[in-house]
Design a protein around this ligand. Sequence first.
Ligand code: AMP
Length: 458
Amino acid sequence: MPKEKKPKAKKQFELKSPRGVHDIMGEEYFSYQGFFEKAEEIALYYGFQPIETPILEQEELFTRSVGEFSDIAQKEMYTLRTRGGDKLALRPEGTAPIIRAYAEHGMHTRPQPVLLYYRGPFFRHDKPQRGRFREFRQFGVEAIGSDKSIVDALIIRLFLAILEEVGITNLTVDVNSLGDKECRTEYKKALVAYFRKHTGKLNTEGKALLKNNPLRLLDSKDPVICELKDEAPETMEFLQGPSKQHFKEVLEYLDSMDVNYRINGNLVRGLDYYSRTVFEIVETQEDAENENDSDEKEGEKKKEKKEEQPRALELGGGGRYDLLGKMLGTRRPLPAVGGALGVDRILMHEKVKKLDPRIIKKPKVFFIQLGFDAKLKSLPLIDNLRHAKIPIQQSLSKDKLSVQLASVEKLGVPWVIILGEKEVIDGTVMVRDMHDRSQKTVKQEELVTYLKKHIARA
Ligand code: AMP
């Protein structure tokens, strides 16, 4: 008799969010909200305007822009095919969508540069780890339509202003210039020639990078590559005429603003679209500052400590991308510069101030109702309070006084309005001050005035 096939055990469905993404709620939600409000306010002060692009874009927008051989395009992009056959992607970054929007809406007719800021979620299928998620939030800015060095400096200054305002002050800007197309080509050749001399030491991944995307070798965490990198040619040696002058000016602007920067000749930021200025903002690492300590033993100790320390997380980064417009098909060249701050990482930082959003998150008044007639009267009364900008917490779905009062105690709300059957008949409410438990009957039409007078001192 043929053996009956056992039905496959169905995998238990777990009510759990996918790996690398998470819910944001409670105090954390308000911190994000507070951060975005602060960042937007500062960006508006600097003359930037908001834009929100869709989370879904054509996949090709990104493969064309970030580069076919970049990590993003090779392994980090969430892509999908629609029933109609369109290839779409969850946006892994914000710059290409904004250039798409600039071209699509003919923003070249506006005064240039067009200054835009954006906020929202981005998606990269990377290995989740400290400060690295698969869904993360960025606050970004783009200045499109100018090649002037002052705009590069403006963006760096704007990011520093945001970080300083939220409480992170010990920052270093790593800055470099990749030069224009010609400088980059020459530099790439020199870099490939250098690493070719050492191919024997490279692992398979290193060899693949050397073949397909040699600049990415400089972002590698592989210890062998890191060591080789120290002797590798630096982009700066290849800067010519206008690019050299441009970088010099950027540094002069940073000097004039007392920005704490260091030139990092190995900083390339691995995406094809960058040209000229690239930058990253990291927290200043104390030990790195004291590297030239004369006491050798101390120096050794510090070195060990530094190796134990996790590398400072990059809080933001960006650069100039004068070639991106053409890569995406704009008719004219479109010089532009921008960058993004990693909001999740910033909010994980221990020095970040508690950022209260403008929306009131903790109402000072709790509304209690007793009986059906009171329930009927409740919604219009709450609406009146809303018109008067007095937010409340409520327990409309509850009936018993004791249950409703328990919520008040739990939430620590200082004022309570009680609407019972007697009050409905009298056209009044009872207002209880939770500090001393005193109560006062107030006419419903005088409630707003009464609360405004009293809750301010709560
Ligand atoms: P990028 O778009 O790669 O230039 O990143 C800009 C900033 O976003 C970085 O400096 C990080 O702070 C943040 N960021 C990038 N990737 C992630 C990620 N997977 N998870 C959390 N933050 C990220």
